[in-house]
Design a protein around this ligand. Structure first.
Ligand code: FAD
Length: 328
């Protein structure tokens, strides 16, 4: 066990951009507690920008695997590269974003490394004496919080929700040790090939990246009424989200769904319109900084998590809010 050192964070790269940099905040907390290094692992093709971002966001050391084999994410290729790196450097822990690729990669890697996996975590602590991580994850649709440990396993492996930590201010003056590893994939490692990419059609800002999300539920009532939400979102430079009830009703595309089986968002402002506040919906937006709820039922559970509440019909409140903001 004492051979295993340092806290690793895998940087998820999408379209050449580093996406899970906020995990470095969580990794920093663990690394400082045990006085070890925070190591960012960057795998891809043309990774210079992602490496710079990882340095600016706090990594002490960067392990880079750059090559044509890694131009696209593949379960087999990334598993192979990480297995080689882990075998050589023996990390104490590896944090992977609970993104689409991270959720795919982590279980296979855990099996390959014969270690445990704490999936979909929202908080992390570490015992400074033993180096054992306590991974917190919501269970039973967010009704319980489970704390998971894998004390006898190294590396300790977990996926962490992107909204669990806030990204710090990048410091472009920072420097870090950069180690390049040349890991060629044995022929036939990748057993799938990408035939075509179809970009998700999203007008304007992506929901996951938006600082303001105006989200609508069953109370919005129709596709036409979603135009009221869109107008407000556009005015504030934000994006439109939805509850599953609104998606199931066909008023808005499923790509807008926020919640347990939809997207996880953590905007600065979340405006919930005609959404009751079911636990499965809260699971996707409880990382928001400020929540405003508009609901005609004063007893709606959403008001329990809202910072500000407006009791009223969205058809009256939204146009009034939009007009007021236009005048600012
Ligand atoms: P409702 O619960 O019907 O609430 C509508 C609200 O609108 C009410 O509070 C009402 O007072 C208010 N209202 C009505 N008319 C107006 C008006 N004119 N003006 C103002 N307010 C009005 N849900 C998700 O959202 N995301 C998920 O990812 C998700 N995953 C799920 C996974 C599982 C396994 C299960 C079982 C459920 C999941 N759900 C999810 C569904 C969830 O349980 C709720 O059914 C859903 O979130 C309810 O959506 P809603 O709040 O829009 O509708």
């Amino acid at each position: 066990m004492s051979d295993y050192k340092n806290i690793w964070v895998l940087i998820d790269i999408q379209n050449g951009q580093a996406k899970t940099l906020e995990l470095l905040t969580g990794g920093r907390k663990l690394a400082d507690a045990v006085s070890e290094k925070l190591v960012a692992v960057v795998i891809g093709s043309g990774t210079d920008a992602a490496v710079k971002d990882a340095v600016a966001n706090g990594a002490d050391q960067i392990l880079v695997v750059d090559g044509a084999d890694y131009a696209d994410y593949s379960t087999e290729g990334y598993t192979y590269a990480l297995e080689q790196l882990a075998g050589k450097y023996k990390p104490a822990a590896l944090l992977i974003g609970a993104t689409i690729s991270g959720r795919d990669l982590a279980p296979r890697l855990a099996a390959r490394l014969k270690t445990g996996l704490a999936a979909d975590c929202t908080d992390l602590e570490i015992d400074a004496g033993t180096g054992t991580i306590q991974w917190t994850r919501p269970a039973y649709g967010g009704n319980e919080l489970a704390v998971i440990e894998t004390p006898g396993a190294r590396p300790q492996l977990g996926t962490v929700r992107p909204s669990a930590f806030k990204r710090g201010e990048p410091d472009t003056a920072r420097t870090a040790e950069i180690i390049k590893e040349d890991i060629a994939l044995p022929a036939g490692t990748i057993r799938t090939s990408i035939i075509e990419r179809i970009a998700e059609v999203a007008e304007g800002i992506k929901l996951e990246d938006a600082e303001v999300v105006v989200s609508g539920g069953r109370g919005v009532g129709s596709t036409e009424n979603f135009a009221l939400l869109k107008e407000l979102a556009d005015l504030m430079g934000g994006a439109v989200g939805a509850s599953r009830a609104a998606v199931d009703a066909g008023w808005i595309s499923h790509v807008a769904q926020v919640g347990q089986t939809g997207k996880t968002v953590s905007p600065k402002l979340y405006i919930a319109c005609g959404i009751s506040g079911a636990i499965q919906h809260l699971a996707g937006m409880s990382g928001s900084d400020v929540v405003i709820a508009i609901n005609r039922d004063p007893d709606a559970p959403i008001f329990e998590v809202a910072d500000y509440g407006i009791v009223g019909n969205i058809k009256d409140v939204l146009p009034a809010l939009t007009e007021a903001i236009k005048k600012l």
